[in-house]
Design a protein around this ligand. Structure first.
Ligand code: SAM
Length: 285
């Protein structure tokens, strides 16, 4: 945890570090916040299957919060409508999606819902620009925070940030596919998955990765997922989630609305982030 000066609160300092990191990253990635090497593939099944390349824009929610996005649209830096047939006033709104969690979402996870992570191992599957890693470092006492990310450019960026902010003592970045890291999955107490595979793998690979995860995640592990495991399992036809996980009951009261430093954290805004505890394997009689 961070030391803070008497003039500002610890929360102010934590938010300020996260915002400084976001500003550093903005200088390295375009407004759409994706690297050409990411090879984003629009999903063909599920709730996001309408997000094809023609009708969808990516604006990174860690780098640009909702207020900033409105400003970008207002001053024309992000065009959010397109003409569907080039002749008429038949204009449509682009789907605007983010492949990163916002700062508010990171605060919701680590401050509002999860318990103390002292001595725990945290894993972010597909750490991308790294907001989950930096958030876990700044907001918790987790002993070890690992980001497994298959994209080399993203890993280089994360390593530069980790070095600049002296976070090497607790953050480790592994440039591999998660399927190559069973031991990391098996030893993690908390695993964060912000839709890591849907836009990055075809359906068949997506299904195989989940089979690998189910085989390797240990009982009692806390999973934080977006979207819900029920939605993912239904779309991929993997079977019943209730045999594998139960909803995690927060050990503290989760406020509906809270201001953390200068950031508003509203539970309703993050209701698509779900928390689970992995059950002990069931023995067949
Ligand atoms: C939606 S982004 C999540 C970013 C980050 N966790 C966050 O919440 O801000 C998904 C990331 O997962 C990575 N990814 C996808 N499949 C992967 C795999 N099999 N192993 C490791 N990383 C993977 C992608 O390269 C991408 O950077």
């Amino acid at each position: 945890m961070m030391q803070h000066s008497p003039e500002c609160t610890l929360e102010d300092e934590q938010v300020s570090v996260m915002k400084m990191i976001a500003n550093d990253i903005k200088k390295r990635v375009p407004i759409d916040g994706t690297f050409p090497s990411e090879e984003i593939q629009p999903p063909t099944i599920g709730e996001n299957s309408h997000c094809d390349k023609e009708s969808t824009k990516h604006v990174d929610a860690f780098l640009y919060d909702n207020k900033k996005l409105d400003e970008l649209i207002e001053n024309g830096e992000v065009i959010n409508i397109y003409c569907a047939d080039c002749l008429s006033e038949n204009v449509r709104q682009y789907n605007i999606i983010s492949h990163s969690l916002s700062l508010s979402a990171v605060l919701y996870i680590f401050h509002s819902v999860l318990p103390s992570l002292e001595g725990k191992f945290v894993l972010d599957i597909g750490s991308r620009l790294g907001p989950v890693l930096y958030g876990a470092y700044v907001l918790t006492s987790a002993e070890k925070i690992v980001g497994v990310e298959m994209n080399k450019e993203c890993c280089l960026l994360q390593r530069d940030i980790v070095n600049k902010y002296n976070m090497e003592d607790r953050i480790e970045i592994v440039n591999k596919r998660i399927e190559e890291c069973p031991e990391i999955v098996q030893t993690s107490d908390v695993i964060i998955m912000n839709n890591p595979f849907e836009f990055y793998a075809p359906e068949s690979v997506h299904r195989e990765i989940w089979k690998f995860l189910i085989a390797n995640i240990q009982s009692s592990t806390i999973l934080v997922t977006k979207p819900s495991i029920e939605t993912i399992f239904k779309n991929l036809k993997i079977g019943s989630a209730s045999k594998w996980v139960k909803f995690y009951e927060p050990k503290k009261t989760v406020d509906e609305f809270e201001i953390f430093g200068s950031v508003a954290v509203e539970s309703a805004e993050h209701e698509d982030i779900k928390f689970y505890e992995v059950l002990k394997p069931q023995r067949d009689n």
